[in-house]
Every structure is written in structure tokens, then in C-alpha cells.
Design a binder for this molecule. Structure first.
Ligand SMILES: NC(=[NH2+])NCCC[C@H](N)C(=O)O
Ligand SMILES: [Mn+2]
Ligand SMILES: [Mn+2]
Length: 300
């Protein structure tokens, strides 16, 4: 894995309806994210946080049901250029969210550097909705669909026209809350999903082994998009859209350690940490713990 890393914070909560996930980067920094990275890699640049526009209360709702669309676009454009520049310089981008809508910008910036970018979507959700299928209008439920070229034009064409990734290069791990439109899309496009059912049946070691082997043979880089709500809310309560029956902290560590051993991950983001809903920053600390394992921390 690349020893030079650049960290970008994206303090944005406008892709969903519960305030507080904008403090995610602070929560992870407070829990020692930068120090953790410095202890594992030799060259860490902290690029600080992107400036986020506040929503305008006078703003007219446009013809879509997408909440805070202009601000989400603006933040993602900025993130995409930054991430693009980081990779251009030969560095590994680590993105701290923010709600999951920021994956639109991450993937737009990263995908420019790969012909077949793979994505591991570690999440309770599929985030495969569009304006038509979304039950909420929350853009954090849409980034994977947008990156496939499904959804609002301005989101799809952000930082380069058209789709950024291919359906066959995605693996979703930990899904247990999928909307009807998302299920249909998964079926239609043949997206690989390990639901909690499969994780229970096969065990995390087999799930990660299959995930890594599947993506290794068809991609030229793999982005890990880790939504903290993939973990069970009893362990990671500081998230805006908790779903019971999730992956444990131990299983998640193992998954990160297997990714570290495989050496396949070329970029990563940690999203949806909401310190307002958390218990003494437990979820922020968990995110940093998982970062450690992903980037090669070993106890002996
Ligand atoms: N990144 C997330 N936590 N996404 C949750 C999405 C929840 C639901 N599927 C929606 O579209 O609103
Ligand atoms: Mn998500
Ligand atoms: Mn989620």
C-alpha cells in the first residue's frame, strides 16, 4: 500500500436530515485519526476540511425532491478536484465524512485515474436510490446509483461526464436495509451483495476472501467506502440511520485486516459518524480503530 497519504475532511450533513454528521471529521480527528495514520505510514498530509455552504432558508426547492442539491453539488465538486489532485501527486486519499453523499465526489475524483475502479461499499444500506425511488429525498441514499450513472444529471456529470464506475466492479458488504427500487437495480445490474444473511452463513473471513478475489481479477484499483452504520448500532450508536442486526466491531476489524494483508485498497473514506448521536465519541473511536487495521496496524 502507498505510504504517502493525504487526509481530506468533508464536514457536510446536507445529504440527509439529521444534523450532526458534519462534525464527523472533528470526531475522528479528536479520536486520533491523524496520529494513528502517522504511526503507520511515513508521510501524512492533513489537508484540513473543505468549506461547506450552509443551506439558504430562502432557497426555492427546485423541480426535484433532492434535498440541498446545490450545496451537495458544490461540496462534491470541490472534493472531487481535491481527491483527483491527491492521486495525481501519487498519494493515497483518506476522506473523512460527512454523510455518505460525499462518495459522489470521492468516486468522481478517484475514477479518473483508473479504467476499472472497484468499490467495496461497507454499509447497512445500498445507497442505490434515485429521485424516483428514494423514500426520503436524502442524497446520502443515492451515491452508488449516481456513480453508476443513475439519478440527477448534475450529480452524474460532476467532475467529468457520465458514469464513474461499473456495476460489476462493486461489492456491497453488510446490507440489511434495501428499498424496493434498490433491490430491483441490484437484480437488474447483477451487483454483488453480501447481506447480513450471507455474512452469518459464510462468516466474515469467507466473505472478505470472496470480495477480494472477485474485485482483484477485474479491477485496477479498489476504493473502500466505509459507512459506520454498517456496524451494529449497539456498538456504533453515533450514526444517523442505524439499522439493527449489523456487523460487529470484531468482524469489521477482521475485514479491515484482511484488506490490509491483500494490499488491494487504493483509496478509502469513513462516513456517517454523528457525534451528537454518539456515546462519548465511541463511534469516532471505532472509525479510527478500523482505520488502524486497514492501514496495517498489528499487535505483534
Ligand atoms: N448513507 C446512508 N446512511 N444511507 C441511508 C439511506 C436510507 C434510505 N435508503 C434512503 O434512501 O433514504
Ligand atoms: Mn451509506
Ligand atoms: Mn448506511
Amino acid at each position: 500500500m502507498n505510504n504517502k497519504m493525504s487526509v481530506i475532511g468533508v464536514p457536510m450533513d446536507l445529504g440527509q436530515s439529521r444534523r450532526g454528521v458534519d462534525m464527523g471529521p472533528s470526531a475522528m480527528r479528536y479520536a486520533g485519526a491523524i496520529e494513528k495514520l502517522q504511526s503507520l505510514k511515513e508521510d501524512i498530509h492533513d489537508l484540513g476540511d473543505i468549506a461547506i455552504e450552509r443551506p439558504d432558508s430562502q432557497q426555492e426547492q427546485d423541480d426535484t425532491n433532492l434535498k440541498n442539491l446545490p450545496q451537495v453539488i458544490k461540496a462534491n465538486e470541490e472534493l472531487a478536484s481535491l481527491v483527483d489532485g491527491v492521486i495525481e501527486k501519487g498519494r493515497f486519499p483518506v476522506i473523512l465524512g460527512g454523510d455518505h453523499s460525499i462518495a459522489i465526489g470521492s468516486l468522481a475524483g478517484i475514477s479518473r485515474h483508473y479504467n476499472d475502479l472497484g468499490v467495496i461499499w461497507y454499509d447497512a444500506h445500498g445507497d442505490l436510490n434515485s429521485g424516483e425511488t428514494s423514500p426520503s429525498g436524502n442524497i446520502h441514499g443515492m451515491p452508488l446509483a449516481v456513480s453508476l450513472g443513475i439519478g440527477h444529471d448534475k450529480l452524474i456529470n460532476l467532475h467529468g461526464d457520465g458514469p464513474k464506475i461499473k456495476a460489476e466492479n462493486i461489492v456491497i458488504v453488510g446490507a440489511r436495509s434495501l428499498d424496493p427500487g434498490e433491490r430491483e437495480l441490484i437484480r437488474e445490474r447483477g451487483i454483488k451483495v453480501f447481506t447480513m444473511h450471507e455474512i452469518d452463513r459464510m462468516g466474515m473471513p469467507k466473505v472478505m476472501e470472496e470480495t477480494i478475489n472477485y474485485l482483484k481479477e477485474r479491477t485496477d484499483g479498489i476504493h473502500l467506502s466505509l459507512d459506520l452504520d454498517g456496524l451494529d448500532p449497539s456498538e456504533a450508536p453515533g450514526v444517523g440511520t442505524p439499522v439493527i442486526g449489523g456487523m460487529t466491531y470484531r468482524e469489521s476489524h477482521l475485514a479491515m485486516e484482511m484488506l490490509a494483508e491483500s494490499g488491494v485498497i487504493t483509496s478509502a473514506e469513513f462516513v456517517e459518524v454523528n457525534p451528537i448521536l454518539d456515546e462519548k465519541n465511541k463511534t469516532g473511536e471505532m472509525a479510527v480503530g478500523l482505520m488502524g487495521s486497514l492501514f496495517g496496524e498489528k499487535l505483534k
